[in-house]
Design a protein. Structure first.
Length: 363
């Protein structure tokens, strides 16, 4: 027992030193890190800041980690026999959304699009956030700071892609990561359930899993809203409080604590939210890029290919553009959740996760 306790203290000290090293980088102002392994008896929660007040239970902007919950919501509806992954999205969306949604090389493919295409980024649809527009006008990510008070509706974001962008390929014949698909999936969830997405999350995910610090940014509030959302930045510009973040919704609007995220992912992996058969179907991987594969709202990473390191460690989970991360390492039975709250720090975040895993592996 004494040796085990000493080992855990050593792990925590080494991980804390890692996190402090990240904060020494000029652009990173705060960080949250939660490392948990039931089988190894590890539960380390850290919060460090060089500028802002932050605590281990501070909720933070998870960005695209939200896709895991939106995809899981579709899985829940599948388990309730209210849809199938191979269903055409036309069955669940109005004509105003479907009409001319996907026109590629003069031919319309809107009626071909399935829920699975949206979940796995194989629809060919453009990304309203980051893709180039056909008239060279600003895409939506570049509009966030142009009008910080603007409130975006889901319908407005879809119409923007139709008017300003072109699809990349015929549905099912390629891979292109796009938030547009997850706006559509959120609308499908709302149309089938009769609930706003934030309420669907609350009823089916947050409440059952005791995710008391979780909510959808600008749409709802947490059950436990004692602490404000941790501030996040691009450069030195704080983005946390701008209204135009309403453009980040079904694919990126989740705010949660590290404990909330680990509660979610542990329940997901143990088939407590969706059926095992559904979870396995959602992990039917396609190639995303070197070292990365994508399922239905979930990513698989081979660290050796990403970081050119001699390791057999793999991760499943998701990241967010704010350098937020939620990973599970099957080999080490370890969950890692957290954020560096800085848009430019995504690679730093993956390096941090790998260094944490090496500490655990070596102890």
């Amino acid at each position: 027992m004494t040796n085990l306790l000493f080992s855990q203290q050593t792990i925590e000290k080494d991980i804390r030193n890692l996190l402090n090293t990240e904060l020494e980088k000029d652009n990173i102002k705060s960080s949250l890190l939660h490392v948990y392994s039931k089988s190894k008896g590890i539960n380390i929660q850290l919060a460090e800041s060089s500028k802002d007040t932050i605590k281990t239970n501070s909720p933070f902007y998870t960005a695209s980690i939200t896709k895991m919950l939106t995809a899981t919501s579709i899985g829940i509806l599948k388990d309730q026999k209210k849809l199938s992954f191979e269903d055409k999205i036309r069955n669940y969306l109005p004509e105003s959304i479907i009409n001319k949604l996907h026109v590629f090389q003069g031919k319309e493919y809107s009626d071909v699009l399935t829920i699975a295409h949206l979940l796995q980024h194989t629809s060919g649809l453009p990304d309203y956030f980051t893709d180039s527009t056909i008239d060279e006008s600003p895409n939506i990510i570049n509009q966030l700071l142009m009008d910080t008070h603007k409130s975006w509706s889901a319908q407005e974001m879809i119409q923007f892609t139709k008017a300003k962008m072109k699809p990349h390929f015929v549905p099912g014949e390629g891979y292109h990561y796009t938030d547009t698909e997850y706006v559509l999936l959120a609308l499908i969830t709302e149309n089938i359930s009769g609930l706003p997405l934030s309420q669907f999350f609350q009823k089916n995910i947050f409440q059952p899993l005791k995710m008391n610090g979780a909510y959808v940014n600008l749409k709802s509030s947490a059950k436990d809203h004692e602490l404000p959302m941790a501030k996040f930045y691009v450069g030195d510009i704080e983005l946390s409080s701008i209204q135009s973040l309403s453009a980040d919704w079904g694919g990126g609007g989740l705010v949660a604590t590290t404990q909330d995220l680990i509660n979610f992912f542990e329940a997901y992996n143990n088939d407590k939210i969706i059926h095992k058969k559904t979870r396995i179907a959602m992990q039917n991987w396609v190639d995303e890029t070197v070292g990365m594969k994508y399922g239905f709202g979930i990513r698989q990473v081979a660290i050796k290919d990403i970081l050119s390191s001699d390791t057999d460690l793999q991760l499943i989970g998701h990241t967010g553009s704010t350098a937020a991360f939620l990973w599970y390492c099957p080999k080490l039975d370890t969950y890692i959740a957290g954020t560096l709250n800085q848009l430019e720090a995504s690679k730093d975040a993956l390096n941090l996760v790998f260094e944490v895993l090496k500490i655990i592996e070596n102890n």
